[in-house]
Design a protein around this ligand. Structure first.
Ligand code: SAH
Ligand code: SF4
Ligand code: F3S
Length: 461
């Protein structure tokens, strides 16, 4: 039995799939349910409420939900035979895209709630308890959602903060504009208040989130020197850098089309902005980029990278890639490899194109064979992996400031993050959790760096 049930409180289990936006949303759902008496548990078996916060980006991601629902059905049935109830809710992007289908295919689901409607969870749960039958809540009301979210509790020294939702770009492979709706930015004051509250609870690092985070726009706060002007992400970051206690600011995911000079200048000048940028390019062939409706070419992307590196020479770059988009020939794929060679990434995510119903790409001629996609992905990943390893190896001997986020696997060990978002394992006392300290990097393992604490005087020398 879980602790929460022993205390006679109710318990909720939340499984999160997909991107950081979903991680943030799951945290906020837990926050909304807390005043209703729900404690979070880490397995579904004893939970009164199970929420699957789902992702629709690729076919595999969406399929996982139905297999998980199959497993939950067994638990729910066993519980029912003991006279116990389990409420199952499907949230997130599959809920938005396939709500009615979920209800038809999975009758054990009680509640389907889209990413823009989860602030209504308390009412929806009350309705689910009153009414038999399924409840579908998939309307779009982003601003209302943020207004209704209670003060949040920080969990550790690094936190996500959603500042922008939705997407108007309509890349031809992507479901996000359909599942998350149009681009909406949260206001400066709301974002600043959330950042202040996190910092007051000991948060040192915030990662500003958005599907197109650098498309964020907001009115300058009243009374600001540049008032009445429209701010971009660069101005917002400079503003948040003034929040007492915040030491590090990151943002993701950026789109090349919205990478403006103001943001590049801020990356160069604002020390609290970490030297790490996730700027997905997807492909290196202009023909494919055009078919993807990306709105940039390989050359404009490479030009931007040069500008960014001129402003912040130590920046670590990361990207997303898709292989096997419809019409991609070997020659097009070679152009992706050439772009990767030209840019040199510190880390990257790469995927086989997945045909998503309702997106223009799904109906395009020239769909690429699975075996071909596999071969291309393997070649691309070998290149990207070599670059990642090279980037990590280059840190050996360097002294990097590390923010200690959690205990390591061994006693006396802590795990932290370098400015370049690398995981760093260090022998250090528990009392250093939540602090930033200089670490000399001594070794590289496949997924992390290992280092030793450096005394302040030595670090300054
Ligand atoms: N807003 C971000 C990315 C959002 S989705 C951007 O514009 O780059 C995260 C990543 O999933 C994308 O960058 C893309 O590489 C991948 N992706 C999206 N749709 C996909 C599909 N249909 N098949 C394979 N990968 C996909
Ligand atoms: Fe999807 Fe393109 Fe929007 Fe990114 S910019 S979320 S890839 S449509
Ligand atoms: Fe997936 Fe939705 Fe994020 S489709 S990647 S959870 S925006």
């Amino acid at each position: 039995m879980t602790q929460a049930r022993q205390k006679h409180g109710k318990s909720v289990f939340i499984r999160t799939y997909g991107c950081q936006m979903n991680v943030y949303d799951s945290e906020r759902m837990a926050g909304l349910l807390k005043p209703l008496g729900y404690g979070v548990v880490d397995a579904p078996d004893d939970a009164d409420l199970v929420i699957l916060n789902t992702c629709h980006i690729r076919e595999k991601a969406a399929e996982k939900v139905y297999s998980e629902l199959g497993r939950l059905k067994k638990i729910k049935t066993a519980r029912a035979s003991n006279g116990d109830e389990m409420v199952i809710a499907v949230a997130g992007c599959v809920a938005q895209a396939e709500g009615p289908e979920i209800i038809a295919r999975a009758p054990m689901v009680d509640l389907v709630v889209g990413p823009q409607a989860y602030h209504q969870l308390p009412e929806l749960l009350a309705r689910a308890a009153r009414e038999c039958g399924d409840i579908l809540a998939t309307d779009f009301a982003v601003e209302e959602k943020f207004d209704r979210l209670a003060e949040r509790q920080a969990d550790g020294p690094a936190a996500f903060l959603t500042i922008q939702e939705g997407c108007d770009k309509f890349c031809t492979f992507c479901v996000v504009p359909y599942t998350r709706g149009a681009e909406v930015s949260r206001g400066v004051d709301a974002v600043t208040a959330e950042a202040r509250s996190l910092a007051a609870q000991g948060v040192k690092e915030i990662t500003l989130l958005g599907q197109n985070v650098n498309a964020w726009r907001g009115d300058a706060p009243a009374g600001d020197a540049g008032a009445n002007s429209l701010w971009g992400l660069g101005e917002l970051c400079r503003h948040l850098a003034k929040v007492d206690g915040l030491e590090r600011i990151r943002f993701m995911t950026s789109h090349p089309r919205d990478m403006d000079d103001g943001l590049i200048a801020a990356l160069g000048e604002e020390e609290k902005l970490m030297p790490y940028l996730h700027l997905p390019v997807q492909a290196g062939s202009d023909k494919i980029l055009k078919a993807m409706n990306r709105g940039h070419t390989a050359a404009t992307y490479i030009g931007q990278i040069a500008k960014i590196r001129a402003a912040r020479p130590d920046i670590a770059l990361s990207g997303d890639f898709i292989v096997g988009f419809p019409g991609e020939t070997n020659e097009d794929f070679e152009a992706t490899l050439a772009l990767v060679e030209a840019v040199q990434y510190a880390s990257a995510f790469s995927f086989k194109y997945s045909r998503r119903p309702g997106t223009p790409g799904a109906a395009m001629p020239g769909q690429v064979e699975e075996s071909e996609k596999n071969q291309r992905l393997a070649r691309l990943q070998a290149c990207l992996e070599a670059q990642r390893e090279g980037f990590n190896r280059a840190q050996i001997g360097a002294v990097l400031p590390v923010l200690f986020e959690k205990p390591g696997r061994h006693a006396g060990q802590l795990i932290g993050r370098s400015p370049y978002l690398q995981s760093v394992h260090v022998d250090a006392p528990q009392s250093m959790l939540g602090s930033i300290a200089p670490v000399r990097i001594e070794d590289v393992t496949p997924n992390a760096l290992a280092g030793v604490l450096v005394r302040k005087a030595e670090a300054a020398a």
